[in-house]
Design a protein around this ligand. Structure first.
Ligand SMILES: [Zn+2]
Length: 342
């Protein structure tokens, strides 16, 4: 049996481990239920081109049926990208759950100026390190932690995630060299509406710090106090706010910098623009796969057919600049491909 990725000693017998803490995932997915496009845009852009399950023998007239099989529900059932089996042992899973439930207590507290979240920065470091590390080792979100950074976080988490909260080793944390090298800034939109799109992405251009957008939070997490990317790369238009945000280090109280919904909406529109390019790439690959599966010549769908499907997709004016549902893509693709079917 595979060993647990955290302790490296016990068997990884836990099924259904959440890569993202449930209390955050729930908030993101509640939104998904309403406008699932936003969630997909934010995180699982690769969904579409990952595995459209049809082989070479599929005939054009069967495509509709085959397409019917890749409903959102099926994809969810098939493999939720953020829920995994056999990553961790039950003990380590419980250690994650413990720090999460402690951190979840901060969610209700908000203020309009920099405020204490209600937990120590030690709990904050363990919590946020556990989120970043799990997303990183899951490897489906484009996060670029180096193997050394992954191992650093693993050691910190394995050493200091307690089995009981009263067992948290404050003294050990204070003296630990690895933890001393970690710092983070945390910003939060404090007046997000329930139906605002929520995100779960790493900014692809940020290494120092790593910049994670999760739910209504922006986390800038770094090793060796290196925040230099904030100085010279655009971070969704909120660089100044990030610069002003206090740095959290071990052995203190966690401080959060709040920002407003107008800023949040501006960030969202920048994300949509960036994601459109990535999304289009995925869509083209998807079209190519269908083209091949349908027995088309060569391994690429002719660009004029792609253009026609895209035109069909965007023919509904309301949807311009937005991502389309699986249903939209299915219908538009079928409509155009039927025209070309022999
Ligand atoms: Zn373990």
């Amino acid at each position: 049996m595979i060993k647990c990725k955290l302790c490296n000693t016990k068997n990884a017998d836990k099924k259904g481990s959440h890569i993202v803490p449930h209390f955050l995932l729930k908030r993101i997915e509640n939104i998904e239920g309403k406008t699932e496009r936003d969630y997909e845009l934010g995180f699982t852009i690769e969904k579409l081109n990952s595995k459209p399950h049809f082989g070479r023998s599929v005939q054009p007239e069967e495509l509709e049926e085959t397409f019917g099989e890749i409903s959102d529900e099926d994809i969810e059932k098939n493999k939720h990208p953020l829920i995994v089996d056999n990553f961790f042992c039950k003990d380590c899973e419980n250690r994650f759950a413990l720090i999460e439930s402690e951190y979840a207590k901060t969610i209700e507290k908000k203020d309009t100026s920099d405020y204490e979240s209600g937990v120590s920065s030690n709990v904050g470091i363990l919590f946020w390190a556990s989120v970043i590390w799990r997303i990183s080792i899951n490897g489906e979100s484009g996060v670029k932690l180096t193997p050394e950074q992954n191992e650093k976080l693993r050691q910190i988490l394995d050493c200091f995630l307690p089995s009981k909260l009263e067992e948290i080793d404050e003294k050990g944390i204070k003296e630990n060299g690895l933890i001393k090298s970690i710092s983070y800034k945390l910003l939060r939109c404090i007046d997000c509406k329930d139906d605002d799109a929520k995100w779960l992405i790493f900014h692809p251009e940020f290494y120092n710090p790593l910049c994670l957008l999760i739910d209504e939070y922006v986390l800038c997490f770094c090793f060796d106090d290196n925040f230099e990317d904030i100085e010279n790369k655009d971070c969704l238009g909120i660089n100044e706010k990030i610069k002003q945000a206090p740095i959290n280090k071990a052995d203190s109280r966690e401080i959060i910098k709040p920002f407003d919904n107008v800023t949040y909406k501006q960030m969202a529109s920048i994300i949509v623009e960036k994601a459109k390019d990535v999304y289009l790439e995925g869509l083209y690959e998807f079209f190519d796969n269908i083209h091949v599966a349908a027995g088309g010549t060569g391994n690429k769908m002719p660009s004029e057919i792609k253009a026609e499907i895209l035109a069909e997709l965007t023919s509904d004016e309301k949807k311009i600049g937005r991502k389309y549902t699986q249903e939209d893509i299915k219908n538009s693709t079928m409509k155009i491909m039927k025209k070309y079917a022999p």
